[in-house]
Write a protein that binds this ligand. Sequence first.
Ligand code: NDP
Length: 326
Amino acid sequence: MKALVLNQVEGKTVASIETLESTQLPEGDVRVSVEYSSLNYKDGLAIKGLNKIVQQFPMVPGIDFAGEVVESKSEAYKPGDKVVLTGWGVGERHWGGYAQEARVPEDWLVPLPENMSSLQAMEIGTAGLTAMLSVMALEHAGVMPGGKPVVVSGASGGVGSIAIALLTHLGYEVAAITGRESSHEYLSSLGANMMLSRHEMATDARPLEKVYWAGGIDTVGDKVLAKMLAQTEPFGSVAACGLVGGVGLPTTVMPFILRGVNLLGIDSVMCPAPRRAAAWQRLASDLPATFLDNISQIVSLENMVDLADQILQGQTRGRIVVDPNL
Ligand code: NDP
């Protein structure tokens, strides 16, 4: 089977296409023929050897995949079943989706929702699951359609694009924070009602600012997240899921203690199985079918090193699906 393999050479991470045997796959109950994987920001970090995402070599990256079971020691899955996997350290500590096959513990798999193809599952991928978990967290915290807009940062990216489409479909008004004017038309087509400049949102926030938002979904961190918190209405909520702008959070306690604002942490990697399954079902029902075709492109394993550079430089848009069989 063909795989993209990361090795450590003289302290540097080097990626190359290799031919492996299925017997070399790590231990697991279920062997899956990978039909599609995808490119996420974390995959870019892994391929370029950044942020210590990968610490065991050789490693097959790819933090998510969808495909068909070919061999199973599990009662829960039989050959022919369609499955999807995101997170659990796959592509970081356990060989991932940038290969024609993967072998994983049964608990890490989710049955593919009935009305979803494996291609659609990876058009959604970890980014889409994270967007859905963020929307579910806002709903749970009481942020409902019909009020002030919900603001989304990193809008042109995977998480941001899908969050905008989901929120729009659910009836929320959406404000998109983007660093690219060239993305405005794309973001409007997803349903964003207004555009905000990333550069203006990344300025120092006062402890409390004029209120604009019922809530937010933040993929950027640092000053952008601080600004969102300072501009969120009393008892509103902001879901924090990303760090493309930095890991800092230069805020004060004022939004929390004078406005009752909630900061909601989102972790798709270790998200408990029932919430994960519920999120996939919601994605199957709440994401407009036409939307996925408009935001994704399909690439081969050979493209991944270049695309890793591009995603880290914020140059990709929407979702990139990887077909390991191309
Ligand atoms: P993408 O690279 O697809 O999207 C990120 C977007 O952020 C870019 O498209 C760009 O949008 C904007 N951006 C890029 N660079 C910067 C910068 N320096 N400062 C501010 N904004 C920037 O990434 P994903 O959507 O896949 O992931 C987004 C974040 O969410 C990442 O940090 C990722 O690690 C995290 N994540 C977290 C998960 C979790 O479980 N918590 C799961 C999945 C992702 P624009 O040009 O429109 O501004």
